[in-house]
Write a new protein. Structure first.
Length: 556
């Protein structure tokens, strides 16, 4: 290691205690490299650090390439609302949900144009909750792509994902191409957009694939050690997981099974690579920005859990699929930077966790399910419809028909109900969360109240927020569909890898905790796009070996 590298490593270690190297800390480290011509961010839905660390020694494709760059294994979706929409809202804005306004996948708004439940990525003035119109209107802050475009009209932004909320939250309000999967139709966009040839080709191939039987995926040798059937009793059947191969027969469930398999990511990456080639991304006068949401890992985690052969096979195929993206990027011949992270982590099914020596792992008690909890406070004049939940972990709203002192009593009694429950770790009123200061310092040291504060928006958050104890799965016994989930404030849901790669970068690994909100200002610094101090929640991460200090003069 050179003297310069030693000095930079020391600065990185100190700066990482606070999530980043302070701007200007090493301004003398050398001249900045030219800005890349293409910025690519991949989000792997439900890709926890636990999964990353478990399988990293087997990566040989796209993830192997990223391991040769800057590796931050302890990235944090530092907030408590570890769901798809809030997590994706942090990645390209540099802001936590308290600032993005995306406090959950869903929330209740009793004062808006359509009082009731709201989806994070809809325009409720144009549809119903079940038949919503996808939109970016709820995202309160700009993404990096739209900041760049506002400064330079030649910048092009493209966002592709398996879920609308992933594509929209990473793309933002000004996107040249925005495509996400809709069952029965394939990849779609906002109404009125011209459909590129790439979208037509991928849709034809994907829909044809769904309509025919699928062979089993090969199981890598290193997956066989965890190949073990586990039974989960569901509402209408007993499901066996843990030894699956994603075989599929045509029928009404074929598309859902296809989404919960490596084939879904293959289609998403196929579309992204076609758009790279057809649009000649990186070859324009200005920088281009591409965000990609690989969604299959999340569907597999929900459907099979995170620790069986299904997820092992998915990790092997995800690595290969990302290898195709890397090959397509290499083929452009342009200078690109590739980053990868996740919107949240995930927890395995409690049935398998207990077999592995976790006796505390269980499913949420029926008493905590919203309609049942509402009945418990029925003497207050409430019923199940009046106590409204964002989820067993998360916000709770008292319905709008309860007002005045009755409302205060309803909140107080519901708080007491949850605080007395043995499955509940903590519950805070909206007033308690609002009064807490915005957290600072290393995210792995934050209290539960800190995590709640980072997710809190006074105009959208509930009357209270409840957190179940670790390893309590927020899906009741005998689930109807999904058997595993995320959404808790615990590190298995918060902790995700953050990886950067650029040609010529000197690889290194920084083990201390950072945040996903640090991704955006780091990419901005690589582009020499300066942000004002405090303009975003995140801080620049120094990418040692990227031809000088990444974060020198990162602020204007």
């Amino acid at each position: 290691m050179t003297r310069w590298q030693s000095r930079m490593a020391a600065l990185c270690a100190v700066g990482a205690l606070f999530g980043a190297v302070p701007a200007g800390a090493a301004a003398d480290a050398g001249a900045a490299a030219p800005a890349p011509k293409l910025v690519v961010l991949v989000s792997v839905d439900q890709f926890s650090t636990d999964l990353f660390q478990q399988y990293r020694s087997h990566f040989a494709g796209g993830l192997r390439r990223l391991l040769d760059g800057a590796v931050f294994p302890n990235g944090y979706q530092s907030h408590a609302a570890t769901e798809t929409c809030p997590g994706h809202s942090t990645l390209m804005t540099g802001d936590r949900p308290a600032r993005t306004g995306i406090i959950a996948n869903d929330w209740y708004d009793f004062r808006g144009p359509r009082p009731g439940k709201i989806y994070c990525a809809e325009d409720e003035t144009k549809g119903t909750y079940k038949a919503y119109v996808p939109s970016d209107v709820h995202l309160k802050v700009p993404t990096l792509g739209e900041r760049l475009k506002a400064a330079d009209a030649e910048v092009r932004t493209v966002s592709v994902a398996g879920k609308d909320r992933a594509a929209i939250m990473m793309g933002g309000h000004a996107v040249d191409e925005l495509w996400f999967w809709k069952d029965g139709q394939g990849f779609i966009s906002y109404e009125g957009r011209t459909v590129p040839a790439a979208v037509t080709a991928v849709n034809e191939a994907a829909l044809a694939e769904i309509a025919k039987p699928a062979k089993e995926y090969a199981e890598p040798e290193w997956c066989k050690a965890i190949d073990m059937p586990v039974s989960v009793e569901r509402k209408d059947d007993v499901l066996t997981v843990g030894n699956g191969r994603f075989a599929r027969q045509p029928g009404p469930k074929a598309e859902a099974q296809w989404r919960a398999s490596p084939a879904f990511d293959a289609a998403i990456i196929d579309l992204a690579t076609r758009l790279i080639k057809d649009m000649k991304l990186g070859h324009g006068k200005s920088v281009d920005v591409l965000t990609v949401g690989a969604s299959a890992t999340d569907y597999i985690g929900h459907s099979y859990g995170t620790e069986g052969s299904e997820m092992c096979i998915q990790m092997a195929n995800l690595d290969r699929t990302l290898g195709k993206l890397v090959a397509a990027l290499d083929a452009t011949g342009v200078d690109y930077v590739l980053a990868l992270s996740a919107d949240h982590g995930g927890n395995d099914i409690p049935e398998r966790e207990r077999l592995r020596g976790m006796p505390m792992a269980t499913r949420v008690d029926d008493a905590l399910v919203s309609e049942n909890a509402g009945k418990t406070v029925a003497p207050l004049g409430l019923n199940g419809a009046e106590l409204l939940f964002g989820g067993a972990n998360g916000d709770i709203w008292v319905g709008p028909t309860v007002a005045g002192t009755w409302r205060q009593k309803a909140v107080a009694d519901t708080l007491a109900l949850y605080r007395a429950d043995p499955q509940v770790a903590a519950v805070y009123s909206a007033a308690e969360v609002a009064a807490a200061p915005m957290p600072i310092g290393a995210p792995d040291s934050w209290s539960l109240l800190d995590r709640a504060r980072a997710s809190f928006d006074p105009s959208r958050s509930g009357d209270m927020v409840v957190f179940l104890k670790p390893r309590i799965t927020a899906i009741p016994a005998k689930p109807a569909t999904y058997i595993a989930t995320h959404g808790s404030p615990w590190d298995y849901d918060r902790r995700v890898p953050i990886l950067f790669w650029r040609k010529g970068m000197q690889g290194f690994e920084q083990p201390l905790s950072v945040e996903t909100v640090d991704i955006m200002p780091t990419l901005a610094a690589l582009l020499d796009f300066k942000l004002a101090p405090g303009e975003v929640d995140g801080r620049c991460l120094d990418l040692d070996g990227a031809a000088g200090d990444t974060c020198a003069a990162a602020t204007k």
